[in-house]
Design a binder for this molecule. Structure first.
Ligand code: HEM
Length: 259
């Protein structure tokens, strides 16, 4: 989450910063789905299933005890439930969960699976603007803040469960560290949220131009593989490149023949 929100917040600096970071992530190439499922979706689903089981067995006692730690215990469960719903919707909205054609052909017209990694800024801003920009921004803000609380408070409770901070004084100190960490991450997350939702139609058009330029240079230099799936269609840059490339190959063949 720390890396993810920081990468997204880089959009506040510029389209180049954000697109550069997304190219970095996608440089994993064919290994990326393994990273996504092995290190992100898999552990997340495990945590979600385990979390639902914990939440079902939780003994909420805030009606008897009004101590802050009792409240934190129930908030941990509530934010966990909200984070679960949010993450399901968020990944469906941008990533789509799966990337095979017949499935994408069904979900994309419904407004899901909208993020195109090689048009990172423009497709993110467009996706946030669905339904007049009234639906996704509040869902993202609430979801993100719940995830941040769940992580920061969860680290604190994990430290207690694992016996890292045992005495009341140590728990108090750890609690302050968790608070500072949570506030810091909430700030980064809010910057990421604002960058994604605040783009005007002109910002989106400008971002698309920058992305096209970066893609053009990237495929010519050979550090970005040509991809139709990761680009907004129709893709003039790719079409032009492929056309030119054929001419280059043809010319090379002709010169070979001449020799
Ligand atoms: C300000 C709020 C956020 C924004 C703007 C945002 C943006 C994005 C973007 C652009 C993607 C890429 C989709 C793709 O890969 O196709 C993504 C994927 C994802 N996001 Fe977020 N995100 C936000 C908050 C969060 C939070 C709080 C979490 C909590 C863990 C989260 C978890 C994920 C996950 C698990 C993925 C899928 C990763 C993958 O594609 O491999 N996001 N998000």
């Amino acid at each position: 989450m720390m890396v993810h929100l920081t990468v997204n917040a880089s959009l506040l600096n510029s389209t180049q910063s954000f697109q550069g970071a997304v190219y970095g992530i996608h440089s994993a190439g064919k290994v990326l789905p393994i990273v996504e499922w092995g290190l992100i979706f898999g552990p997340l689903l495990f945590h979600a299933l385990f979390g639902v089981w914990i939440a079902k067995n939780a003994k909420l006692n805030t009606s008897h005890y009004k101590y802050v730690s009792n409240r934190r215990y129930s908030w941990q469960r509530w934010t966990g439930v909200i984070a679960l719903v949010y993450l399901f919707l968020h990944i469906l909205h941008l990533h789509g969960w799966f990337h095979f054609e017949p499935y994408l052909a069904v979900i994309q017209p419904m407004g899901f699976g909208q993020f195109k990694p090689y048009n990172a800024a423009s497709t993110l801003m467009i996706a946030m603007n669905d339904f007049g920009g009234l639906v996704w921004p509040p869902i993202y803000l609430i979801g993100m803040l719940c995830c941040v609380y769940h992580l920061a408070n969860g680290l604190w409770t994990a430290g207690i469960t694992w016996g890292v901070w045992i005495t009341p004084a140590a728990q108090e100190r750890a609690s302050k560290v968790a608070l500072v960490f949570g506030l810091g991450l909430a700030l980064v997350g809010t910057a990421a949220w604002w960058a994604a939702i605040s783009g005007s139609a002109e910002d989106i058009a400008r971002a698309k131009k920058t992305e096209d330029r970066m893609y053009d240079v990237g495929i010519r230099a050979g550090y970005v593989p040509l991809s139709h799936e990761k680009r907004t269609q129709p893709d003039e840059v790719a079409a032009e490149f492929e056309e030119e490339d054929e001419v280059v190959v043809y010319e090379a063949m002709m010169s070979d023949d001449a020799e």
